[in-house]
Design a protein around this ligand. Structure first.
Ligand code: 0RA
Length: 732
C-alpha cells in the first residue's frame, strides 16, 4: 500500500501549510488583493469548467453573482471526482480543492492546457474564500462539501440523486479580511466571459447578476469562434476584406501546439492584434505574435512581388502591412512559459516557427484564391508606406529643429524646474485664459503647463503624415518627450503625470476625447503605465457665512443641500412613520435621481409618468426610471405619489430650505476661476481630486474610439441615442 497512518498525517500537514501559505502571501498566488485579484478568483474557477469543455465533456457554464455577494460557477462537465484518492486517503474532491496545483492533472496527462493567468487552481480560491460550497453530480448521486478558508467544515456527503446528469457547482465568498475589493463588477466579468466564449467556440456561458437591483443577464455563445471575435472587434469599422481564418497544429517540444488565427482588414488606420495562449490574454505579446507578424510580412511581400503589385523601391515595412488590421491569434501550448513584467508574454521559442508556418501556408493560398482581396490589401499597404515616408520626412525636418528630442521645448510650454519625471506633472489645459490662470497658480517646481488652443486633431481619421504636420500634436509630442512612432521610448517621458484639464461642458468633453484618442492610439504605453489623468475641476462654489466651499458634481451639490435642508425637516413614510435622518437622506437622494432621469426622458420627447409604468418600454432611460420608481416601494410610496406632485414638493422644500443662507455659483469654465482658486480646487496635490485613465478593457476602448471618432456614422448615431440618457455615467 502506498500510504499508512503517518503518511496521511504528513500529507495532511502539507495541505494545511499550503493553504496557510496562500493566505499569508496571497499576492504571490493571484497577483494582488485588489480589484484584479478579486476577479481573478472567478477566472480560476471558470477555467476549470472551460477545461472540461476543451476536453469535450462540458457545453454549458453558468456564472451567477449571488444576492449575498458570493459567486457561483456551475457546469455540466464530468463533475469533480468524489471517490477516495489512492494515496491521500480522502475523497479526490478534497484533494482538488485543498492541494495547490492538484487541478485536474493527478494522472500527469496534458489534460489541462488552460489554467488561469497564474495557473494556481481552484484550491487557491478556496484558501482565499471565507467559505466555499461545492455540489457535484456524478455517478447518479448529488454530493456536497463545504470549506472555510481552505479547510473542510462539512465533509463530503451524498445529499440526493441526480440520474444521468453530471456537473460541478462551486459557490464561494471571498475573504474580505484579505481583499480590499468588495464586489464583483458586471462589466469586468462580462468582458472576460465573452472573450472565453469567443475563444472556445460552441461553449455557452450564461452570466447573471442577482446582486443589487440591476439583475443583468447575458448569454455568450459563438459557433463562429475567433471569426465572430474579429467581427465583434470591427463592429464600428468599415471592412476591406472578409474575415480570414486559419487553423493548424504542429508537434512542439512538449506536445502538440495548436494555433487558430482570424484576421480582417478595415479602412481604419489603427491596428488591433489580440493574442492568447491557452485562453490567457498575452498583453505583452510573445513568440506567437512574432511568428504571426513575420509570416504576414513575408507572405504579403512575396505575393506582391510575384504579382508585380509591389516593387522593390516601395520600401514597405511590417507596420505598413498591419495598418487597418484586426487579428486574433490564439494558441494552445502544453507547457506554456509566461514571461515579462506582468507574466503575459509567451516565451515558448518553437511557437514562433509553428505559427509562422501555419500563417504563411494558409495566407498564400487565400491570396491565390482571392486575388481581388489581395490587391485591396496591398493597395492599402502601399498607401500606408507612402504616408509613413512623408511622415519620416516631416519628422526629419522637425528633428533638425530639435523637436523630437525635447532639446527645443515649445515656447507655449511653461516647464517646471524639477527634472525627475517621477515628481513632475504636465497639465494640458484647454484655452489660453485657463492656461494663464494655471500658469500663475501652479507649483513651479513640479507642475508644467501646456495650453492647447482650439480643437486637437482627430487622429482616428488622419494618417500619420497629416498628424505630424499638425502644430498642436507636434507640441504635445515634444513636451512629453518620448518621441514618436519608430523612435518612441516611454522611458523618456518627461512627466509621470499628464493631466488633461478641460472645461466641464460639451467642448471640454470633446477635447478630452480627442486627447484620449491620441494617447490611446499613438502612445498607449502612457495609459498602460498609468501616467494619464483627468483633472476634476469643481462645478460649483458654495459660500456660506463668508466661508467658501467647492462642489465637484451635481450629485454632490444635491447631497449638500439635502443634508443642510434636513436639519429643519421631518420626513415620514406613507404609513406615517418618521424616517431617521439617514433613511430620509437616502429617500430624498432617490427622489433627486428620479427627478434627473425624468427630466432627461422628457427632453427626449417621452412622458416619464407613462414610461415609468410601461414594462415594454425600451432604452436605458426607461429601465433606469422604472428601477428608480420601483425603489420608492422601500419607503412605502409608489409611482403616483411622485408624479402626483406630492413627493416632488417635498424634494423642492427640503432643497430650498438647504439653500437658505447659501450663495451658489456655477463655474462654466476653468477660465472663470482665478489662479488661486484653480490651484486650490484642481491642481493642489493635497486637495485635488483626479481620475487616472485606465485601460482595463482594451476591446471596449478600441470599439469606443472607433465609434466616437471614426467614419461610420450610423453606429455612432445609434450609440449616442442609446446612451444619451447615460451621459452622466459615461466615463473613461
Ligand atoms: C479533476 C479531474 C477531473 C475533472 C475535474 C477535476 C473537474 C474540476 C472542476 C472544477 C469545476 N468544474 C470541474 N469539472 C471537473 C476528471 C474527471 C474524470 O476523469 O471523470
Amino acid at each position: 500500500m502506498a500510504g499508512n497512518e503517518n503518511n496521511y498525517n504528513a500529507e495532511n500537514i502539507q495541505v494545511l501549510e499550503g493553504m496557510e501559505a496562500v493566505r499569508k502571501r496571497p499576492a504571490m498566488y493571484i497577483g494582488d488583493t485588489g480589484e484584479r485579484g478579486y476577479h481573478h478568483l472567478v477566472y480560476e474557477v471558470v477555467d476549470n469548467s472551460i477545461d472540461e469543455a476543451l476536453a469535450g465533456y462540458c457545453s454549458m457554464i453558468d456564472v451567477i453573482i449571488n444576492a449575498d455577494g458570493s459567486l457561483t460557477v456551475k457546469d455540466n462537465g464530468r463533475g469533480i471526482p468524489v471517490d477516495m484518492h489512492p494515496t491521500q486517503h480522502r475523497p479526490a474532491i478534497e484533494v482538488v480543492l485543498t492541494v495547490l496545483h492538484a487541478g485536474g492533472k493527478f494522472d500527469g496527462s496534458n489534460y489541462k492546457v488552460s489554467g488561469g493567468l497564474h495557473g494556481v487552481g481552484v484550491s487557491c480560491v478556496n484558501a482565499l474564500s471565507d467559505w466555499m460550497k461545492v455540489d457535484v453530480k456524478r455517478g447518479g448521486r448529488l454530493h456536497h462539501i463545504e470549506f472555510s478558508r481552505g479547510h473542510v467544515t462539512k465533509p463530503l456527503e451524498v445529499v440526493g440523486e441526480c440520474g444521468a446528469e453530471t456537473g460541478t457547482s462551486v459557490t464561494f465568498y471571498p475573504d474580505h479580511t484579505i481583499f480590499s475589493c468588495r464586489a464583483f463588477k458586471w462589466e469586468t466579468l462580462c468582458a472576460r466571459l465573452r472573450e472565453l466564449a469567443f475563444l472556445n467556440k460552441g461553449v455557452t456561458i450564461h452570466f447573471r447578476d442577482d446582486e443589487g437591483e440591476a439583475h443583468h443577464e447575458e448569454t455568450f455563445h459563438y459557433d463562429g469562434g475567433v471569426v465572430q471575435f474579429v467581427e465583434y472587434l470591427n463592429t464600428n469599422k468599415k471592412p476591406l476584406s472578409p474575415v480570414i481564418r486559419f487553423e493548424g497544429e504542429r508537434e512542439g517540444v512538449t506536445g502538440m501546439v495548436q494555433a487558430e488565427i482570424a484576421l480582417q482588414y478595415t479602412e481604419s488606420y489603427s491596428t488591433l492584434e489580440q493574442t492568447y495562449a491557452n485562453n490567457i490574454h498575452t498583453i505583452e505579446g510573445g513568440t506567437h505574435l512574432t511568428g504571426f507578424r513575420t509570416a504576414l510580412t513575408r507572405t504579403i511581400n512575396k505575393y506582391g512581388a510575384d504579382n508585380k503589385l509591389i516593387r522593390e523601391k516601395d520600401n514597405i515595412s511590417g507596420e505598413d502591412m498591419r495598418e487597418g488590421l484586426t487579428a486574433i491569434v490564439s494558441v494552445k501550448v502544453p507547457q506554456p512559459q509566461f514571461e515579462g513584467q506582468t507574466k503575459t508574454k509567451l516565451g515558448n521559442g518553437e511557437v514562433e516557427g509553428i505559427v509562422a508556418s501555419i500563417v504563411s501556408d494558409r495566407l498564400m493560398t487565400f491570396f491565390e484564391e482571392n486575388p481581388q482581396v489581395a490587391r485591396t490589401i496591398i493597395e492599402k499597404t502601399l498607401l500606408a508606406a507612402r504616408a509613413r515616408e512623408a511622415a519620416r520626412a516631416a519628422r526629419e525636418s522637425t528633428r533638425r529643429k530639435g523637436i523630437m528630442d525635447g532639446l527645443n521645448l515649445p515656447g507655449k510650454l511653461k516647464d517646471c524646474s524639477e527634472k525627475d519625471p517621477a515628481k513632475t506633472e504636465l497639465f494640458l489645459v484647454e484655452g489660453d485664459s485657463a492656461g494663464g490662470s494655471a500658469q500663475k497658480g501652479r507649483d513651479r517646481a513640479t507642475q508644467a503647463i501646456l495650453p492647447l488652443r482650439g480643437k486637437v486633431l482627430n487622429v482616428e481619421k488622419a494618417r500619420i503624415d497629416r498628424m505630424l504636420a499638425n502644430a498642436e500634436i507636434r507640441t504635445l509630442i515634444t513636451a512629453i518627450g518620448c518621441g514618436f512612432g519608430e523612435e518612441w521610448d516611454v522611458s523618456k517621458a518627461r512627466y509621470h503625470k499628464i493631466v488633461i484639464m478641460t472645461d466641464a461642458d460639451v467642448d471640454g468633453a470633446h477635447i478630452r476625447t480627442l486627447l484620449l484618442t491620441f494617447f490611446y492610439r499613438k502612445m498607449p504605453e502612457l495609459i498602460e503605465k498609468g501616467y494619464v489623468y483627468l483633472a476634476q475641476p469643481p462645478l460649483y462654489k458654495v459660500e456660506r457665512k463668508k466661508k467658501s466651499d467647492y462642489v465637484l458634481t451635481d450629485g454632490d451639490l444635491t447631497q449638500k443641500l439635502l443634508t443642510l435642508g434636513l436639519d429643519d425637516f421631518e420626513v415620514k413614510t406613507k404609513g406615517g412613520e418618521t424616517m431617521d435622518r439617514e433613511k430620509a437622506k437616502e429617500f430624498l437622494t432617490l427622489l433627486a435621481e428620479i427627478e434627473a432621469t425624468a427630466k432627461m426622458v422628457e427632453e427626449r420627447g417621452f412622458k416619464p409618468e407613462e414610461l415609468a409604468v410601461d414594462e415594454n418600454a425600451q432604452g436605458s432611460g426607461a429601465s433606469m426610471l422604472r428601477k428608480e420608481i420601483s425603489a420608492l416601494a422601500g419607503y412605502g410610496y409608489e409611482a403616483k405619489d411622485y408624479f402626483g406632485g406630492e413627493l416632488k414638493k417635498l424634494l423642492d422644500d427640503v432643497r430650498t430650505q438647504g439653500k437658505q443662507g447659501l450663495s451658489i455659483s456655477r463655474f462654466k469654465g476653468l477660465g472663470e476661476m482665478n489662479a488661486d482658486e484653480l490651484y486650490d480646487t484642481t491642481m493642489n496635490p493635497e486637495k485635488r481630486y483626479m481620475k487616472r485613465v485606465k485601460l482595463e478593457d482594451a476591446v471596449k476602448a478600441d470599439q469606443m474610439f472607433s465609434l466616437l471618432m471614426g467614419d461610420e456614422v450610423e453606429p455612432r448615431k445609434r450609440f449616442i441615442e442609446e446612451n444619451a440618457l447615460n451621459v452622466r455615467n459615461l466615463d473613461f
